[in-house]
Design a protein around this ligand. Structure first.
Ligand SMILES: [Fe+2]
Ligand SMILES: [Fe+2]
Length: 238
């Protein structure tokens, strides 16, 4: 297994497979950072129920745009410019979770933060001990912010669950988003996932990361008194 530490100046000397995998993972990460805001900003940024929520949304969006900026800086250091990702249509995003239009309900946005920002945290955790040092340097800050986005979603879910109508909406949103969140980890049987590990670009296989995520999120769902969605229903990448 490859364990050397690589800086951007060493990138060109690395074998093509390393260059390809690193370029790919950075591009997908940048695509996700803009993909999130793009599915809810237009509809919700200035229509959140209170000014506190509007302010919080604006903060979350600014942090995810900053994550985009940080990842794109890494891309530019290896001579790829991800700026084009900002203007892509939602339908052309890498991950299915971001291939949709504006989230229809406020409950859905709460669940989106709770589930999908948490996946963002898991994605960045893969880089904490990466062989690519520039990623190791930015990962902890991004992880902290994704945790706060997920925590905000959790708080909103708890509030919404306090009345019957809210609880029904949250449960429906959960049924919709749980499979999409699990699919964000990719296929369990994936050759590429093994190559990422071999090159020290990720710490866990897709299946291991997904399992850790489920163990994290399932008790929180149960604690809110919600039904835990079936892990196989509506899944695309088992
Ligand atoms: Fe982010
Ligand atoms: Fe986020």
């Amino acid at each position: 297994m490859f364990r050397e530490r690589i800086r951007s100046k060493d990138f060109k000397q690395m074998p093509p497979e390393y260059q390809e995998l690193l370029s790919r993972v950075l591009t997908i990460q940048a695509d996700c950072e803009i993909g999130g805001p793009r599915i809810y900003c237009e509809r919700w940024l200035l229509r959140a129920p209170t000014v506190e929520d509007m302010y919080r949304l604006a903060r979350i969006v600014s942090e995810d745009l900053d994550h985009f900026r940080k990842i794109n800086r890494l891309l530019k250091e290896i001579h790829i410019d991800g700026t084009y990702l900002l203007q892509k249509e939602n339908s052309e995003r890498y991950l299915d979770a971001f291939k949709i239009g504006q989230l229809p309900t406020w409950s859905e946005l709460a669940v989106f933060y709770f589930l999908v920002a948490r996946v963002g945290k898991y994605q960045m955790e893969e880089f904490l001990d990466s062989t690519y040092l520039p990623l190791v340097e930015i990962a902890p800050g991004i992880i902290n912010e994704e945790m706060s986005h997920a925590a905000y979603g959790h708080t909103k879910m708890r509030e919404l669950c306090s009345n019957g109508k809210g609880r029904v909406e949250i449960q429906q949103a959960l049924e919709r988003w749980y499979p999409l969140a699990l699919d964000m980890f990719g296929r369990s049987e994936s050759r590429r996932s093994e190559r990422y590990l071999e090159w020290g670009l990720k710490l866990r296989t897709n299946a291991e990361a997904r399992r850790a995520y489920m163990e994290d999120v399932l008790p929180l769902i149960a604690e809110l008194g919600l039904d835990v969605p079936d892990e196989r229903t509506n899944r695309k990448y088992l």
